[in-house]
Design a protein around this ligand. Structure first.
Ligand code: ADP
Ligand code: TZP
Ligand code: MG
Length: 267
């Protein structure tokens, strides 16, 4: 393991601290994302109203913002939460779901990017499009390979001073200087809705544990998903049983298993 802080350290500290993670995510993801965080050992709160999102963000260890089912009121809540996060020095994660699809999403993403996310997590098409490249995404699903998004990820990391995580069959994470690839997971993962959105929330949980180490936190969260995905897929008959076995695997995974099974290499 080439990491300065192994994934097991984040997992251990997360379970000790039980960080409150303020998630503004979409209607599709709310249930599974909250269950993912609870399974691992964090404390999720799904709070998006513009009347309270800024105030709530100050209570949390990290904030995650996902534009999957966007509306004007939600966007104002996102803006308030991102500003509060930055003002109080808390990490926040942006998940630009299908930001390329409509002008409303593109403008919202541009606005949120200007507020300085600590971490950006997306699939390959989302990351390529965010950097201005030609992409093949359809709706919320990727049409591109992570391999083709690496250059875009490095570019975005430099441009926004953020950690960028591109997920897919093999994940890629960079802060512009360092980069790692993570193998694992399962082909069943993109066949269960909102697992990417749930991973964004988990990245927030790991970042809350050590706000000064968002790169290592992102690697640890993505590696945890990869290992749990492999464990769950071993016994699954399809997307349905995978979905609940994945939650069981996230709950059962311990530090030694995580470090032993995580396949993290320099990219
Ligand atoms: N073909 C695959 N094989 C293994 N893991 C995958 C595959 N596709 C996606 N994943 C995993 O599924 C999770 C969600 O990623 P992804 O599907 O890229 O996000 P999104 O749902 O936002 O499109 C990540 O942990 C990723 O590693
Ligand atoms: C299906 C769908 N529609 C709007 S948001 C959403 C969930 C997307 O989840 P993910 O990005 O994790 O695939
Ligand atoms: Mg997504």
């Amino acid at each position: 393991m080439l990491l300065q802080i192994p994934p097991s350290t984040f997992l251990k500290e997360l379970r000790e601290q039980i960080p409150l993670v303020h998630c503004i995510t979409n209607y599709v993801a709310m249930d599974i994302a909250a269950n993912v965080l609870l399974a691992v050992g964090a404390s999720p709160a799904m709070v998006h109203a513009e009347e309270e999102a800024g105030e709530f963000a100050k209570l949390a260890g990290a904030i995650t913002i996902n534009i999957g089912t966007l509306s004007s009121g939600w966007l104002r809540g996102m803006e308030a939460a991102a500003i509060a996060a930055t003002q109080s020095g808390k990490p926040w994660v942006l998940d630009p779901v299908a930001h390329y699809a409509t002008a409303f999403r593109r403008d919202a993403t541009e606005l949120l990017l200007k507020l300085g996310p600590t971490i950006i997590r997306g699939n390959a098409s989302e990351i390529i499009a965010l950097a201005g490249g030609a992409f093949r995404g359809k709706g919320v699903d990727t049409g591109d390979d992570v391999e083709h998004a690496k250059h875009s990820a490095r570019l975005l990391a430099d441009r926004h001073g953020a950690v960028v995580a591109v997920t897919g069959a093999v994940d890629f994470i960079t802060d512009g200087k360092r980069a790692f690839r993570i193998e694992g997971g399962s082909v069943l993962m993109p066949r269960v809705t909102a697992l990417g959105c749930s991973l964004t929330c988990l990245v927030g949980a790991f970042a809350a544990v050590r706000p000064g180490a968002p790169f290592e936190a992102t690697v640890a969260a993505v590696a945890t998903f990869a290992v749990a995905g492999e464990l769950a897929a071993d016994k699954s008959e399809g997307p349905g049983s995978f979905s609940w076995r994945f939650l069981d695997a996230l709950g059962a995974i311990d530090g030694p298993c995580l470090d032993h099974r995580a396949r993290v290499t320099t990219a």
